[in-house]
Ligand binder design. Structure first.
Ligand code: KG4
Ligand code: ZN
Length: 363
């Protein structure tokens, strides 16, 4: 089965082809430069960039693989959650292509796709715990099969990536801040007592990062010297140390809740890190330690599969298509903040009794 995946939920226009679970080719245009001057993603500009690039990128991907639309078995698209205008560009394109080519149309939950993406690299031992950490989401999922996920916890305020980005902005670092902060943190020495580990003194699996941001803002207000030198090449040791302390606070908060979830579900065999923040070097090291202590497998997608990409949409779409799932062309696009409905239809085959599609609570 050949599946085209289209991703346009935020600031990357990305397409990829997956055939029988294997990545054939991928193409991506990042808008990071366009938004960098504003210090964050400007939704209207993002939609316009998707509109400008999607057609030419599709043509390039198909022609360099010698393919025509008629050869596609499935067209998968990120249908949410994300920026509504951006999503609509990808969804409209995918619907038109599916209609014209006769391929199965599948709207993919962007969060589901992030969590499954590592399956492109290696088989996922089920059941699996999934930590999704991106600019918009910080969530823990119990993943029982490729199509059965249950959300166990989430951030009550800022997502981890959002916290990184906002703190980086306070420090005068260029967008996207999380990546820069991670780079500087690697050169610094963390002070574990400098910032709080928020929202750990409870028995749940939720997160909170807004207090950490406030505490960094208060620290900067007390000691403005950290802002003196923000050039990446010659950043001051003081700034690097501060970044290392922030990084440690975020990563430890994440790992405490991951360890707690693993202790609650003793049959879990693996941990998947997904989303842009999964590229964070300290998070990768600390998560490895957590899994080593429990003799479980840590599955780390390569950085290009952590951030938004087309391969994860094509892969998740193909998994769903192989189970007979898809959508009619009246499928709704889901903006951030609304729950993505479990409204996939099964075409042409009996529903599998224990394979009903369910991803609870993803908004
Ligand atoms: O998954 P993603 O590409 O987009 C969505 O939010 O869906 O994640 C982007 C986020 C941004 O907040 C970015 O700062 C963060 O991932 N990020 C990182 C790192 N690389 C990307 N945060 C910390 N350390 C990194 N190495
Ligand atoms: Zn994402």
């Amino acid at each position: 089965m050949l599946c085209l995946g289209i991703e346009s939920s935020c600031d990357e226009t990305a397409l990829a082809l997956v055939r029988n679970g294997v990545l054939v080719d991928a193409i991506l245009s990042s808008q990071a430069d366009v938004h960098a001057i504003f210090g964050g993603v400007v939704p209207e500009l993002a939609s316009r960039e998707h509109y400008r690039f999607l057609g030419p990128l599709y043509d390039q991907l198909m022609s360099r693989n010698g393919l025509t639309a008629a050869e596609l078995d499935a067209v998968a698209v990120a249908r949410g959650p994300g920026l509504l205008g951006s999503l609509l560009v990808g969804v409209a394109f995918a619907k038109a292509l599916a209609l014209a080519s006769g391929a199965r149309f599948i709207g993919v939950n962007h969060l589901h796709a992030h969590l499954l993406a590592v399956g492109l690299q290696e088989p996922i031992p089920w059941p699996c715990l999934g930590l999704l950490v991106s600019g918009g989401h910080t969530e823990i999922y119990l993943m029982e099969s490729p199509i059965r996920f249950t959300r166990l916890g989430q951030s009550l305020d800022d997502a981890a990536g959002e916290a990184f980005d906002k703190i980086a902005k306070l420090l005068g670092l260029p967008y996207p801040g999380g990546t820069r902060l991670d780079l500087l943190a690697r050169r610094g020495r963390a002070n574990p007592k400098l910032f709080p580990r928020p929202y750990l003194d409870n028995d749940n699996l939720d997160f909170s990062f807004s207090g950490l941001k406030t505490s960094v803002a208060a620290y900067i207000a007390r000691d403005l010297r950290v802002l003196e030198n923000v050039a990446l090449d010659d950043a001051s040791p003081m700034l690097c140390d501060l970044c290392a302390s922030v990084n440690l606070a975020v990563v430890e908060s994440l790992c405490v809740k991951v360890a707690r979830a693993l202790d609650r579900f003793s049959d879990i065999r693996s941990l998947v890190l997904a989303g842009g923040v999964a590229a964070n070097s300290l998070l990768r090291t600390r998560a490895a330690q957590v899994m080593e202590e429990r003799a479980g497998r840590l599955l780390l997608p390569p950085p290009h599969l952590c951030t938004d990409n087309g391969a994860m949409i094509a892969y998740a779409g193909e998994v769903l298509a192989r189970h007979g799932f898809g959508h009619d062309l009246d499928m709704a696009t889901i903006p951030k903040g609304s729950a993505v409905p479990d409204d996939l239809r099964q075409y042409g085959q009996e529903p599998f009794a224990d394979f009903s599609y369910r991803i609870s609570g993803s908004a």
